[in-house]
Design a protein around this ligand. Structure first.
Ligand code: IVH
Length: 705
C-alpha cells in the first residue's frame, strides 16, 4: 500500500545528496497537501489515485533514505505512534451540547415560535439549515494553526483524546491555511461514505473479520481503536460544522463560519440562499451544489427539510435529519441553552425507515468457504428509497433469537442504507400453522452432511467438490479486486460449474469459445468477449493472484503484504508457518490458515497449474505507460532515490538500465558527484539527464520530453 508509514530506519545521511533531496521532499509534500485539499475540501479531485500513490511512495522512499528530512507534519506521518493502552479523558473548554429533536412540520413551526417569543419579536428570523450527519462528533483543536488534538464528545463535559486516530483522516489539514493565532476549537462529524462502507465490509468479510451494521458504527468503531494503524486503513471522512471555544474571531454568523472553515482549509458544506439551493434540488442536481441553505423564516426551513428528506438517498453519506440553527451568533448567545441543549437550534429528524412485509421463504446459501447463510425471501417492499426482497438472517442463533419463521409478517429496516435486516416479527400476525425454522443438516447444493466447526456459530459444507462452493470460489477469483475478469458474470460462472466445464481456477484458462457457446442462451459475441477478458486477466500481479485464491482470512491487504514479502509465487507456496508469522500485519490466526492451505498438495498443485497460464512479471509493467520503450539509460551519482529503485522504474517503463555506458546508451541519468561514467558519456556524446529531466522523460517519453 502506498500509504505505508513504517517507522523510518535511520540510515547514514549522505550529505552530498541532501540539498536535492530536500527540495524534492518539500515539493512532494506541497503537492500532496494541495491534492488532499482539492479532494477533501473542494471536492474536485485533480489526479488519479494511481498518480497520487506514485508521488506518495516517492515521498516515503525519500524520507526513509533521508531521515534528517523527516517532519512530524509530513503527509506520510499521519500515523504518529504506537498503539495506546487507553484513551485519556479531556474536559471540553466549552461543553458539547446535544440538540432537541423535531419530527414534523408542526414541531419546526413551534420551534420558530419559541425563538421569536424568547427574542420578544414577531420579525422573520434567518435560519441556517444544514444536513445532520450521522456519524461521530469530534472536536478538533488547533493551536497557532497547527493541529494539536482531537477529542470525542463523551458526556458533553469530558471527552476522550482520540488524536492518534483522527490524525489519520486525510480530510483534516495538519496546518490551517493562512496565518492563525491562538487556540481554535472546531466541531465536526467523522463519517464514512456509503460507497466506501460497502467496500470496507467486503474487505472485512474477506479477511474473516466482523462486518459493520452501518457506516456510523464503522466510523465510531474506527475512532475508538487503540491502534492508529487500524484507523488509518478505514476510509474516514470529516465535515466541520460548529465552533467550540475560539480565542480571536470576527465571525458573526453560522453562514460566515462555514465560509471561514473553508478558508482555513477545512471540509465543510457549501451553502447558498434557499431560493438558489431549491432550484438545484428541483432539477435533481445535488453534486457541485450547496447542500446547506440560509432560510428566511420557518416556512423555507420546512421546505428545506422536506426537500432533503426526498434526496437523502442520493447523498454519498448517511444523514438522519437536518439541523436548523438561528444564523446570527449574537442572537444565539441571547437565547442561550436550557438543560443540555441550545434554544437556538433544533434537529429536524427524518422518520425511521422501516417497512412491514411477509417472509415467503427462507433459503440457505452456500458461500465459498462452505458457510451456510440463511436468507429470508420476502414480498418486495420499499425501504429507504429502494425495493428490498432479501434479508440475511446470519445464522441459526439469530433466527432463534428473533424467532423468524416462513409466513411471518416482519418489520424490515435498511441498516446504514445498505444491508436490509429484519428487526422483529409481528407476532400478532403469525399464522397458527407456522413452525420454527431449522437450517437443514445437509448442504442444499451437494447434499453432503454439514458440520459446525469448533468455536464457530456457522454451519459449513466441507465438501471441496460441492458445486456451490466451487462456483462461489470462482466468482471471488474472477471478481474486480481479484483477477478482474470483467465479462465473466455470476450467472455464467454458475452455468460453467453446473456443466462441470470449470472445477478449478485453472479450468477458466482452458475454456474455448466453443465451450462457452455450449452454455444455455450464450451468444457468439458474448462468448467472444468472455474469452477475451479471461485472456486479458492473465497479465496480473502476484498480490491479486494470492487474493484471488480465496485462502481464508487472506483479504486484499494481507495478499499485498504476502506478495511484497515473498516476491514470487514459488517462494509463497514454500512458506512455513514460522516465516509467515514474522511478516508485519500477519497474525497467528492468518498464518495458521495459510499454512494449513499450503499443506494441501492438491491446492499447491492447482496453483502451479494456474501459474502456467499467467504472466506475473510482464503485468506489473503492463499497467505503466511504456514511455522508455527501446531506451537505454545508465545511472550514476547520488540521486533522490536508491539506484535499484530507479532501475526498477526504468524497467517498468519498458527501458533498459545496464551498469556501464556504451555505444547503445541513450541517456546518462546523472546525480551529484557523478564520476567516470560521466566522462565516458561525454566522450561518446551521450545525452546527460538530471533528475527533473528524467521525470519528464518518464512522463512524456522521448518525443516530447
Ligand atoms: S451543531 C449544540 N450541526 O448532532 C449542538 N450538529 O444532537 C450543535 N450533528 O453531537 C451541534 N450534524 O454530533 C450540528 N450539521 C450539524 C450536525 C450536528 C450532526 C450532531 C452532532 C451533535 C448532535 C447534536
Amino acid at each position: 500500500m502506498a500509504k505505508s508509514t513504517k517507522p523510518i530506519a535511520a540510515k547514514p545521511i549522505d550529505s552530498r545528496a541532501a540539498p536535492l533531496a530536500k527540495r524534492r521532499v518539500l515539493e512532494l509534500r506541497r503537492q500532496i497537501l494541495e491534492w488532499d485539499h482539492l479532494y477533501y475540501v473542494l471536492d474536485s479531485p485533480a489526479v488519479s489515485d494511481y498518480e497520487y500513490d506514485q508521488l506518495f511512495a516517492e515521498l516515503v522512499a525519500l524520507e526513509s533514505t533521508h531521515p534528517d528530512l523527516l517532519d512530524p507534519d509530513s503527509p506520510t506521518q499521519r500515523v504518529g505512534g504506537e498503539p495506546i493502552a487507553e484513551f485519556l479523558k479531556v474536559p471540553h473548554t466549552k461543553p458539547m451540547l446535544s440538540l432537541t429533536n423535531s419530527y414534523s412540520t408542526d414541531d419546526i413551526l413551534a420551534f420558530d415560535e419559541r425563538v421569536k417569543k424568547f427574542l420578544g419579536t414577531e420579525q422573520t428570523q434567518e435560519y441556517f439549515c444544514e444536513l445532520k450527519f450521522d456519524g461521530l462528533a469530534v472536536e478538533l483543536i488547533y493551536q497557532d494553526g497547527r493541529f494539536e488534538r482531537a477529542v470525542t464528545r463523551g458526556d458533553g463535559q469530558v471527552g476522550e483524546d482520540v488524536t492518534q486516530n483522527v490524525r489519520t483522516i486525510r480530510a483534516i489539514p495538519l496546518h490551517l491555511r493562512g496565518p492563525s493565532k491562538g487556540k481554535i476549537e472546531i466541531r465536526g462529524e467523522v463519517l464514512i461514505f456509503k460507497s466506501d462502507f460497502s467496500e470496507l465490509n467486503e474487505t472485512q468479510q474477506e479477511a474473516g473479520a466482523a462486518t459493520f451494521a452501518n457506516p456510523r458504527n464503522a466510523a465510531a468503531g474506527s475512532i475508538r481503536q487503540l491502534d492508529p494503524k487500524i484507523a488509518e486503513r478505514r476510509p474516514l471522512r470529516l465535515f466541520c460544522y460548529a465552533p467550540g471555544h475560539i480565542e480571536h474571531t470576527t465571525v458573526r454568523s453560522q453562514s460566515e463560519w462555514l465560509d471561514h472553515l473553508r478558508h482555513l482549509g477545512l471540509p465543510a458544506l457549501s451553502f447558498d440562499t434557499w431560493g438558489i439551493v431549491k432550484a438545484g434540488f428541483d432539477r435533481g442536481i445535488q453534486s457541485q451544489l450547496p447542500l446547506a441553505a440560509i432560510c428566511k423564516g420557518p416556512v423555507e426551513a420546512v421546505e428545506y427539510y422536506e426537500a432533503v428528506q426526498k434526496l437523502r438517498h442520493a447523498l454519498p453519506f448517511d444523514i438522519d435529519g437536518v439541523v436548523i440553527k438561528l444564523n446570527s451568533f449574537s442572537l444565539q448567545e441571547a437565547l442561550g441553552t436550557v438543560a443540555r441543549s441550545p434554544r437556538w437550534a433544533t434537529a429536524a429528524k427524518f422518520p425511521p425507515e422501516r417497512a412491514t412485509t411477509r417472509v415467503i421463504n427462507i433459503m440457505v446459501q452456500v458461500g465459498r468457504t462452505g458457510a451456510l447463510t440463511p436468507v429470508a425471501v420476502m414480498d418486495p417492499v420499499r425501504v429507504g428509497g429502494v425495493s428490498v426482497e432479501n434479508a440475511t438472517l446470519h445464522n441459526q442463533s439469530e433466527i432463534d433469537r428473533k424467532d423468524i419463521r416462513i409466513g411471518d409478517t416482519v418489520v424490515v429496516q435498511r441498516a446504514g442504507d445498505v444491508i436490509p435486516e429484519i428487526v422483529e416479527v409481528v407476532l400478532s400476525a403469525r399464522p397458527s400453522s407456522s413452525v420454527p425454522f431449522k437450517i437443514p443438516g445437509h448442504c442444499p447444493s451437494c447434499g453432503e452432511a454439514v458440520l459446525q466447526l469448533e468455536g464457530e456459530v456457522v454451519l459449513r459444507c466441507l465438501n471441496c467438490q460441492c458445486p456451490a462452493v466451487i462456483s462461489e470460489a470462482i466468482k471471488h477469483f474472477a471478481s474486480r479486486r481479484a483477477m478482474n475478469i470483467e465479462r465473466l458474470g455470476d450467472r455464467v460462472i454458475e452455468q460453467l460449474t453446473e456443466a462441470q466445464l470449470v472445477r478449478r481456477f485453472s479450468d477458466l484458462y482452458r475454456l474455448t469459445v466453443d465451450d462457452l457457446l455450449s452454455l444455455p442462451r450464450q451468444g457468439d459475441k458474448s462468448a467472444q468477449n468472455i474469452k477475451e477478458s479471461i485472456e486479458t486477466s492473465r497479465a496480473t500481479t502476484l498480490a491479486r493472484v494470492i487474493f484471488a485464491l480465496g485462502i481464508r482470512f487472506v483479504g486484499e491487504q494481507t495478499a499485498k503484504a504476502l506478495a511484497k514479502h515473498f516476491k514470487t509465487m514459488d517462494a509463497f507456496l514454500a512458506a512455513s508457518e514460522a516465516e509467515l508469522v514474522e511478516i508485519e500485519d500477519i497474525g497467528p490466526k492468518v498464518a495458521s490458515s495459510i499454512s494449513k492451505q499450503l499443506s494441501s498438495a492438491a491446492f499447491v498443485g492447482e496453483v502451479k497449474a494456474l501459474l502456467e497460464f499467467l504472466s506475473l512479471e510482464s503485468v506489473k509493467h503492463a499497467k505503466v505507460q511504456q514511455t522508455l520503450s527501446g531506451l537505454t539509460i545508465v545511472i550514476t551519482g547520488t540521486l533522490p532515490l536508491p539506484r535499484d529503485e530507479i532501475k526498477d522504474t526504468i524497467l517498468a517503463h519498458g527501458g533498459k538500465s545496464p551498469g556501464s555506458v556504451g555505444k547503445t546508451t541513450n541517456y546518462l541519468l546523472a546525480g551529484e558527484e557523478a564520476g567516470s561514467k560521466m566522462q565516458k558519456a561525454q566522450e561518446l556524446g551521450v545525452e546527460i539527464l538530471d533528475w527533473d529531466g528524467f521525470q519528464k522523460l518518464l512522463k512524456n517519453g522521448r518525443s516530447i520530453g
